[in-house]
Design a protein around this ligand. Structure first.
Ligand code: DX5
Ligand code: ZN
Length: 216
């Protein structure tokens, strides 16, 4: 599977999203990771579909929207209209994960399921045939700049094995604490989409993306 670097705009300049997203595009990012938080599912608030729609006209980059909100199925239409390419929803955030993923696909987006550090792969086994990607959180969601939890690599390996055994084709994304060292660990375990926020935006975006890419 193609290795992809997914900068998270959670660490961008909130007053200059348009500038920062264009900069990511010219620096060779493969997609933009957009962290939506509702202050209920996680103890932080960010932005909604309005920001996605405003950024849509600024770039052709793929928009990977990570929903850290309760009942994400309520917002599927809004984000599809806003121009999201993919929507990632937490299995912990809805009673209807299967239906919610179907709703995302029916709206024309790629569908992805997310598991928190405390959630086992078992919790999403039944929806794996339905998804384009699985996001394995490598920190507890809510904030950038936290430390990578290496034990999560067991889940990445387990998912890669299930994918082979069942002849499925979902991508595996990791999110949280990814830097030029932990990216190697995650890649070796079987992940191919790497979200990075603080590592990319702390200093020169172009150089930092390159520091990640040389390890892929
Ligand atoms: C955390 C978010 C991440 C965050 C990662 O809840 O889902 O996408 O931006 O930030 P870093 O790379 O700084 O851990
Ligand atoms: Zn995220």
């Amino acid at each position: 599977m193609k290795n992809k670097i997914a900068p998270s705009i959670l660490s961008a300049d909130f007053g200059n999203f348009a500038r920062d997203v264009k900069r990511l595009e010219s620096a060779g990012a493969d997609l933009v990771h957009i962290d939506v938080m509702d202050g209920h599912f996680v103890d932080n608030l960010t932005f909604g579909a309005g920001v996605v729609s405003a950024l849509r006209v600024q770039t052709h980059l793929f928009f990977d929207v990570h929903m850290m909100v309760e009942n994400p199925e309520k917002y599927v239409e809004d984000f599809a209209k806003a121009g999201a390419d993919s929507m990632s929803i937490h299995v912990e955030a809805t009673h209807h994960i299967h239906g919610a993923l179907q709703k995302i696909k029916n709206a024309g987006m790629k569908a992805s399921v997310v598991i928190n550090p405390g959630t086992p792969v078992e919790a999403i086994k039944t929806v794996l045939p339905l998804v384009d990607m699985v996001l394995v959180m490598t920190v507890n969601p809510g904030f950038g700049g936290q430390k990578f939890i290496p034990e999560m690599m067991d889940k990445v390996r387990e998912l890669a094995q299930i994918r082979t055994d069942k002849k499925l084709d979902f991508e595996i994304e990791v999110d949280g604490g990814i830097d030029d060292q932990t990216i190697k660990v995650a890649k070796a375990a079987g992940a191919n989409v790497f979200v990075a926020g603080s590592f990319i935006f702390n200093g020169e975006v172009e150089k930092n993306i390159e520091k990640l890419r040389v390890n892929l």
